[in-house]
Design a protein around this ligand. Sequence first.
Ligand SMILES: [Mn+2]
Length: 285
Amino acid sequence: MAVPRFADAGAKYEEARIALFGVPYDRTCSFRGGSRYAPQAIRQASYNFETYMMDHQRDLLDVPVADLGDLPAYGPTTEMVQGVSKRASDIVGAGKIPIAIGGEHSLAPAVVRAFPKDVGVLGVDAHLDFRDSYLDEKWSHACSARRIADHVGVEHVVYVGVRSYSREEREDLERLGLSYVSVYDIHERGIVAGVERALKAINRDRIYLTIDIDGVDPAYAPAVGNPEPFGLAPLQVKKLIGLLAPHLVGMDLNEVSPTWDFGQTALLAARLIREAIMAIGEARG
Ligand SMILES: [Mn+2]
């Protein structure tokens, strides 16, 4: 079934405050493939929800959002990075907020490169993604935080919900001074304290948010490229989005693998994107 656009994203581009686009790319995937099908699955799932949002007592249609459709199915990562950066730069240049729907996490640094170097980046992820390269690929999904750090500086990137990294990543994070907020820290002290700590460390006014859906526990989001137990609850990510909203300049959500889904991962992804749209709309009046 062809889906025309994300539900309630019916604004003309000229009038839109937020512009969505899909990145159906999963060529560096190392375990469970299929995130290239996610933009379509997430758009389909977005029709499940009421336009009126009870928790906000507002209508999503009051926030002007345009859905620009999907970018092409790129070949090499360098081509994808160039294409995604170009699309994001056009949106940022027009004074709008880009929301990219992945695809795999490799797209996030490509979107970040569309921003000036003085933005900060908060990631939600089970993994630190701090390898300098993975399987001979510098733009691998497993290197997202490292490539983002190349652009904004390692001290302005913090991933939240982390519960997995390699020995090599541990050495590099200590050597280069990357901070992160572990999932255990959040389970102990709460999501509000975790986000506050992350924002303090990032020390930037304008924040880009990259959500790898595997940051959420696999009980809620089983259809991901690399599932990791002990994850965040959906409501914690909802809260995080609300806390970040006044600072948000752009966002992506990545790593849904619809082939492994009974639909719940795509539904959660769609709902979190709707949450972000509403929270941004609220924060900007
Ligand atoms: Mn991950």
